[in-house]
Design a binder for this molecule. Structure first.
Ligand SMILES: Nc1nc2c(ncn2[C@@H]2O[C@H](COP(=O)(O)OP(=O)(O)O)[C@@H](O)[C@H]2O)c(=O)[nH]1
Ligand SMILES: [Mg+2]
Length: 412
């Protein structure tokens, strides 16, 4: 499992966490005594949000209990593993599924069995009595199934009982909910009983070509307001990643665009044309819960139409310059202006700062006429002795991470 720390690192004192980029950064985790409703439209799944929240917490030593009526405890744990979101002994599962299927399930240290999942009282009392044993977090997967089983009135009374119980026991709760088209009034009641509602939706046009989440409200934020939609991908393995579909890496010839893309991505590919002098690079970045697709543009003048085409759909830009070649800066300035006309956030990467004659940060800022609000990050080859004049080279990780972090913050 990749340890997720967020773009600025997560403060120690926030647990439970979401374990999901952007949510932890903006909401600062899930404070105790709070209920989060994760409400998905039927076309997109919300279960991976549950896996990720559980995995993050049990692996940070937060005791977690999940009420499960959607699938068996075994399949649940297997699925978590398939997403590379493993569980451990800090998780207890209240099994309300086996009783539906008629398959007899045995109590273990980590599984509590609800014998008759159709029994409203048993369901309620099992959850409430389990919470008394002391948990940081309760997850219900799924609340909408409970509504379908019983009715909204019962589920509202259950939510009230849970609310009381988590307040007494200093835990927090996350409800996974799919909106199958319930009555507005009932939904509003449910939402008003929660402290924050996160909506998950698909961008649909006959097929789903994207998924996003948005925080509709959050009563522990000063503004009480949520934030607008963030694209995400549910990756197997990997889990929920905030997703930036297209980030451009541009800059003059030989500045280090290919090196940047190859160093920042896992599976970068270069499409070489005309003997390698002109190449299109592509790579997937996986960084602190974020996932981005980087596209490199050739630096040559005559490829401006291509830049225009790629730039049209891009949402952010890395402009790579060679710190030793101020003679290329006019070209870089021109590229900077172009990104401005598209209104794109840009981070300037001053590469080759390891070489003799490399200009310093301030000098480069000045020569590029950079506005004070534009971030400039220095990068350099990891190992100067391995630099091949004909091949991209590996750049030092710290600089790459600084650059990614600076742009990602502007993009969300
Ligand atoms: N010394 C040094 N060489 C670098 C650095 N970055 C790239 N290079 C070299 O510079 C050349 C051009 O790099 P490349 O990434 O292909 O530039 P691109 O044309 O912008 O894609 C290659 O030979 C790289 O090995 C760096 O930070 N330091
Ligand atoms: Mg290149």
């Amino acid at each position: 499992m990749v340890e997720y720390k967020g773009l600025d690192g997560l403060p120690e004192e926030i647990d439970p966490y979401f374990g999901i980029a952007k949510l932890d950064e903006q909401l600062k985790g899930i404070p105790s005594k709070k209920i989060v409703l994760i409400s998905a439209s039927p076309s997109v799944g919300n279960e991976v949000f549950g896996y990720q929240i559980i995995s993050k917490n049990v692996n940070s030593n937060v005791k977690t209990v999940v009420f499960l009526n959607r699938t068996s405890p075994q399949s649940y744990l297997t699925e978590m593993k398939e997403y590379d979101l493993p569980s451990n002994n800090n998780l207890v599962i209240i099994d309300a599924y086996s009783g539906i299927t008629g398959i007899k399930s045995d109590e273990t240290d980590h599984v509590r069995v609800i014998d008759n999942p159709y029994d409203k009282e048993e369901v309620k009392s099992k959850i409430v009595s389990e919470l008394k044993k002391g948990y940081g977090l309760l997850v219900i997967d799924s609340l909408s199934l409970l509504i379908d089983f019983f009715d909204f009135d019962y589920v509202n009374s259950l939510v009230a009982a849970i609310k009381k119980s988590i307040e007494e026991n200093d835990s927090a709760a996350v409800f996974l909910f799919t909106d199958w088209g319930y009555e507005k009034e009932s939904l509003q009641k449910l939402s008003s009983n929660s402290n924050s509602t996160i909506e998950i939706k698909g961008i649909e046009k006959r097929v789903i070509f994207g998924q996003y989440f948005a925080v509709l409200n959050c009563d522990w934020l000063e503004s009480k307001q949520g934030f607008s939609a963030v694209l995400f991908k549910a990756m197997k393995p990997g889990g929920i990643k905030v997703y930036f579909p297209k980030i451009l890496v541009t800059g003059p010839t030989d500045a280090g665009k290919s090196s940047f893309i190859h160093s920042a991505s896992k599976n970068a590919v270069s499409v070489d044309k005309l003997g390698g002098t002109i190449a299109l690079d592509h790579g997937n970045v996986d960084f602190e819960g974020y996932r981005a697709d980087l596209f490199g543009t050739p630096g040559q003048e005559r490829f401006d139409p291509l830049l225009k085409m790629l730039g049209g759909e891009a949402i952010g830009v890395f402009l790579v310059v060679d710190s030793t070649k101020p003679e290329q800066f006019p070209r870089a300035i021109e590229m900077l202006r172009k990104t401005e006309t598209y209104g794109l956030p840009v981070v300037v990467v001053a590469n080759k700062s390891d070489l003799e004659g490399a200009l310093g940060k301030e000098e480069i800022r000045e020569k590029l006429h950079l506005d004070s609000n534009i971030t400039l990050i220095q990068t350099f080859a990891q190992d100067l002795s391995k630099v091949d004049p004909n091949e991209p080279t590996k750049l030092k990780e710290a600089g790459i991470h600084e650059a990614l972090s600076a742009l990602f913050k502007q993009l969300t």
